[in-house]
Design a binder for this molecule. Structure first.
Ligand code: PEP
Ligand code: MN
Length: 270
């Protein structure tokens, strides 16, 4: 740790209570799956994800879409919701992979928790304090995705909130921030800019594991492998990646979805 930060810690001058030396109970570093559960083929998809080397499976049942009514396909509207959670139970039975899935509302913790091994907090709920406080009282891991606007202090403060409740099963997910990606006129799906430097910045203050999301942070599949390598090189502990059997046909986030072949290669980086 740098001397200046060390002196701030010693003098108790930091505004947050996180200690760089505290230990966290976390065991998921290679997380992958489609953006959302689209139907029963999710079970076969999960088998492929496991073969690619994942240690946990991600897929959203509840999906907060930027435009909620624009996209509706065969019963999928902002996700398959309860039906999606039922399908995830089958995924778990068939693959034994731990399930990472989003919870958007404190009132849904029990329902989502019936199948989730890890509660994912999406970027839009990063500062939903009712949700964070309640997750702090749970005995289950939380993957907290950074708000697209959040400062270092806001990240540490949101973590503090979960830790204060007594839950130290926590990881931070960096998933890109608002900015002006300079290729956006060519790839309009690049809605955010990668936030790689926040990895070493957070490491100065906390030992909370950092899971980097090269899918949302780039929004474009060709950039997923190089940004994955960069994230690991700069100190990320793990990755969460969107992969799909037919990437272009994904209901949500098609442009950033990669094939299982590419996923396999990425998971060999470390
Ligand atoms: C997701 O993981 O599919 C997702 C919606 O992510 P974020 O909350 O980071 O946009
Ligand atoms: Mn997504």
């Amino acid at each position: 740790m740098n001397e200046y930060i060390k002196s701030l810690v010693e003098q108790d001058k930091l505004r947050h209570t996180l200690k760089p030396t505290k230990e966290y109970d976390w065991q998921y570093y290679k997380i992958a799956g489609p953006c959302s559960i689209e139907g029963p083929d999710i079970v076969e998809i999960a088998k492929e994800v496991k073969k690619a080397g994942a240690d946990a499976f991600r897929a959203g049942a509840y999906k907060p879409c930027t435009f909620p009514v624009r996209k509706e396909v065969n019963g999928w509207k902002e996700g398959l919701q309860k039906e999606g959670l039922e399908l995830l139970k089958e995924v778990k039975r068939e693959t034994q992979l731990p399930i990472v899935t989003e919870v958007m509302d404190a009132r849904k913790i029990e329902e989502v928790g019936e199948v989730a091994d890890v509660f994912q907090v999406g970027t839009r709920n990063f500062q939903n304090y009712t949700l964070l406080d309640e997750l702090g009282r749970q005995d289950k891991p939380v993957l907290l995705k950074r708000g697209t606007w959040a400062t270092l202090d806001e990240i540490l403060g949101a973590c503090e909130r979960i830790l204060e409740g007594g839950n130290n099963k926590l990881a931070i997910c960096l998933r890109g921030v608002v900015g002006m990606p300079s290729y956006r006129h060519i790839h309009p799906t690049m809605r955010w800019a990668p936030d790689l430097m926040m990895i070493p910045a957070l490491k100065e203050f906390t030992g909370i594991p950092i899971i980097y999301d090269p899918s949302h942070s780039t929004g474009y599949r060709n950039f997923v492998p190089p940004v994955s390598k960069a994230a690991i090189a700069i100190g990320a502990d793990g990755l969460i990646i969107e992969a799909h059997p037919n990437p272009d046909n994904s209901i949500s986030d098609p442009a950033q979805a990669i094939t299982f072949e590419t996923l396999t290669k990425i998971f060999k980086i470390w």
